[in-house]
Design a protein around this ligand. Structure first.
Ligand code: HEC
Ligand code: HEC
Length: 281
């Protein structure tokens, strides 16, 4: 059993998991063929955790089952919508993604390696930023709003073609300062409850907070289909929800702070498989 956190966590009544509902030893194989790494040795840069786990491990048997077969996974409808948009010519150049990238499978290396430093624009780019870069620079089309339906559908498509591949974002070189900014945010306590990401997702994963079985807050399953709101959810929207739960002011979706945090949190999952669109409650 892990130690309880001081301060606000007491008010939140974090309960050690004794009445466990989920099968934490289950393995995930999608469609009987794609093996997903849902637990792995922690990457070297992590000091306080020795094993990393996908959020899938902490879900109930029923929720876990929804992700084992694409016919049952409600997120796959949005992957199909992403495929429709992949071949749709838009913008002043009259081009579609397919015109330049052929099949989405040709971008299977993207999801495991983003956020990633872009030499040309000299910035760390999330997949959403890269997609919008192609829309505005290559297609002459309007950018999609961050975490909008169109954007998340396309991100779900790029995740689905990468399922089973191991997350491996680079944290050195020019990306390092942003990674450090993200790390700092991760360990900073915020809000009336005075809690950091780490207080819940590092100190208390496996325990219950209200009815929620706490995971490590990994991002390898994003975009995630949530049963709670019956749609795809982006990483930044999830961060926003978590920060709000500490009753703190939150950063904007697409902000530099959340890009840095996304890079850092993604790096905590280096070694887990891409599994998006994942299903969560
Ligand atoms: C006119 C050609 C063109 C179109 C149309 C286009 N792209 Fe690109 N895309 C590029 C080029 C050039 C690059 C940068 C070189 C590279 O990495 O392939 C790129 C890079 C990317 C990358 C990053 C690849 C990597 O390995 O890091 C992603 C993701 C991507 N495009 C997605 C899209 C999506 C989604 C669409 C449709 C909404 C699209 N692109 C439309 C030309 C295009
Ligand atoms: C008060 C506790 C609490 C804090 C603080 C908190 N979260 Fe969460 N978070 C949750 C709960 C509860 C869930 C839903 C169950 C789960 O997956 O852990 C969740 C889910 C997530 C998920 C989705 C995981 C998945 O597999 O779908 C991510 C990512 C995440 N949190 C990141 C963060 C980040 C980054 C921070 C800091 C900005 C943070 N959380 C702060 C409680 C918290």
């Amino acid at each position: 059993m892990k130690s309880f956190v001081k301060g606000g966590a007491a008010a939140l009544a974090i309960i050690a998991a004794s009445q466990v509902g989920a099968d934490e030893d289950a393995n995930l194989i999608i469609n009987g063929e794609t093996e997903i790494t849902v637990r792995a040795d922690a990457p070297e840069h992590l000091d306080n955790v020795s094993t990393i786990y996908s959020g899938w491990v902490f879900r109930s048997d029923e929720t876990q089952a929804l992700q084992m077969d694409d016919f049952d996974n409600p997120g796959m409808i949005f992957v199909d919508q992403g495929r429709d948009s992949w071949v749709l010519a838009e913008g002043s150049e009259g081009k579609s993604c397919a015109d330049c990238h052929n099949e989405p499978e040709s971008l299977a290396n993207v999801r495991p390696t983003y956020p990633k430093w872009n030499d040309e624009t000299e910035e760390v780019r999330t997949i959403a930023m890269q997609i919008n870069g192609c829309r505005t620079e290559q297609m002459g089309a309007e950018p999609w709003k961050y975490d909008s339906t169109s954007m998340l559908n396309m991100e779900a498509l790029l995740s689905s073609v990468a399922r089973g591949q191991v997350m491996n974002v680079a944290i050195d070189g020019p990306a390092q300062s942003m990674w450090e900014q993200g790390k700092e945010l991760y360990y900073t306590r915020t809000g009336q409850l005075d809690l950091s990401c780490a207080n819940c997702h590092e100190d208390n994963y496996g325990n219950y907070i209200r009815a929620d079985h706490l995971s490590q807050g990994q991002t390898n399953g994003f975009p995630v289909y949530r049963l709670k709101n019956a749609k795809l959810n982006g990483v930044h929207s999830r961060f926003k929800g978590c920060v709000r739960d500490t009753r703190a002011e939150t950063y904007a979706v697409g902000s530099e702070e959340f890009i840095a945090l996304e890079l850092y949190v993604a790096s905590r999952g280096n070694g887990l498989s891409v599994e998006g669109p994942a299903v969560r409650n």
